[in-house]
Design a protein around this ligand. Structure first.
Ligand SMILES: *Cc1c(COP(=O)(O)O)cnc(C)c1O
Length: 419
């Protein structure tokens, strides 16, 4: 094992020297002794965020009070942040708004997409999609009645064509599977969906900030995504919502609120949707959370999708190599993610019968990933602050947990509420 580690250490050094994003780590202040492989679930705060929060709460809220809506640009948060996120996901700056949560935004875009395909009652999705996506769709379709229904397939890579017919209005998919990390080819899926006359709706929760996404060029019709995962916007950060230009003035989301009105400060009794993406805004923006997200996104300034993808795919490949070289086969750890980096998001998962305990033992040693039922041990590879050296360190600790049977302690087997 010592020889293998020493070979891998040399490779890690070369890869770190070659890493065009290495200097970005300076913008983060992770606790000493922690290897953070859970930025896909909750990104850490970039350095500037604390100062910004202090300033917004102290000066803008505390001193400038209500004048801040104009004076400090509070009303513009959704559009400004939207433009920053747009640069990361291949969209025009005006195509995205930051607002609400991913779940709530899903309801907006799914209803908006359905409004464009009257007479087509079917929404196609994957059975393994993140539950919130399925729940939002189930309730909306149930409420619409009249034959509206969800058609679930097992695997969009193989089963999509067979599920498409003239009844399908929308194909709603999460690009990166939250368990396996499998990444769908947006171009290929959008083409198939459009050939069937349907619309493509994407959940980018594990895509934005993780690899190159080209919403406009790859034919996405609608999309939503998350602000607190790879984008590091803080716990419960606002999410984002996208509509392709062709649909922006015609689609009607089912949720409406005063800030999505064409003239919110006229306070008229009748709803008239605002032009463009503003109709997806419902109510008052959460200013403190918006401020944190806006500042956090500066860590991505000047970074393009290809640079991010080269790093996250490289980290994932290297982690797989390290684990396979160091963890003994008897440990029973099985790769659950695609080995092919073009089919994998910024996440590597393994199956293990005692996955929960394995992850607890890792966390006790400072390697933070997470566990997803029933047996997935999940590691996220955020591009801005991880080094190849740290990835090797994590694999060494994982191997030690198996060789010492450290995972097999009773205290690691009691499940906490959040896994
Ligand atoms: C994380 C995640 C969400 C989160 O939704 P919230 O409304 O922020 O709780 C939604 N969809 C997917 C696919 C996710 O991975």
């Amino acid at each position: 094992m010592a020889d293998a580690i020493s070979d891998l250490r040399g490779r890690a050094r070369d890869l770190d020297l070659d890493d065009g994003l290495a200097a970005r780590a300076d913008q983060f202040d992770l606790p000493r002794g922690v290897i953070y492989l859970d930025g896909n679930s909750l990104g850490p705060p970039p350095r500037g965020v604390m100062d910004r929060l202090t300033r917004v709460a102290g000066q803008e809220w505390g001193v400038d009070l209500i004048t801040s809506w104009n004076k400090n640009g509070w009303m513009g948060f959704g559009a400004r942040i939207g433009a920053r996120i747009a640069a990361l996901v291949g969209a025009a700056p005006e195509a995205i708004r930051a607002c609400d949560s991913t779940s709530v935004n899903l309801l907006k875009v799914l209803s908006a997409a359905l409004s464009l395909r009257p007479g087509r009652p079917i929404v196609v999705s994957e059975r393994g999609n993140f539950p919130t996506d399925l729940y939002v769709a189930q309730r909306l379709l149930e409420e619409l009645g009249g034959g509206y229904a969800l058609r679930l397939i097992e695997d969009a890579e193989t089963d999509l064509d067979g599920a498409l017919d003239a009844d399908v209005a929308v194909v709603m998919l999460t690009q990166t599977d939250y368990r396996s990390g499998r990444k769908l080819n947006m171009r290929r899926v959008s083409d198939a969906v459009h050939r069937a006359g349907a619309l493509a709706l994407w959940d980018l929760a594990h895509s934005a900030g993780a690899f190159a996404v080209n919403l406009d060029a790859d034919g996405a019709d609608f999309a939503v995504g998350c602000g607190y995962k790879f984008l590091n916007g803080g716990p419960g950060a606002p999410a984002f919502v996208y509509a392709a230009e062709a649909h922006r003035e015609t689609a009607r989301p089912i949720l409406a609120g005063w800030l999505g009105h064409a003239a919110p400060f006229d306070f008229r009794p009748d709803y008239e949707p605002a032009p463009g993406m503003d109709r997806y805004v419902i109510g008052t923006p959460p200013v403190l959370s918006m401020a944190a997200l806006e500042t956090a996104l500066e860590a991505y300034d000047g970074v393009d999708g290809r640079m991010i993808e080269a790093k996250t795919a490289g980290l994932g490949d290297f982690f797989i190599d390290c684990v396979e070289a160091l963890v003994p086969e008897e440990a029973g750890l099985l790769l659950a993610s695609p080995r092919d980096r073009t089919r994998r998001g910024a996440q590597v998962s393994f199956r293990h019968a005692e996955g929960y305990a394995v992850m607890q033992a890792l966390i006790a040693r400072g390697v933070i990933g997470d566990f997803r039922a029933p047996d997935i041990v999940r590691f996220g590879f955020s591009p801005l602050y991880l080094t190849y050296g740290a990835v090797l360190d994590a694999a060494v600790i994982l191997a030690e947990i198996f060789t010492t049977h450290e995972w097999d302690r009773p205290e690691y087997k009691t499940r906490a509420a959040v896994t």
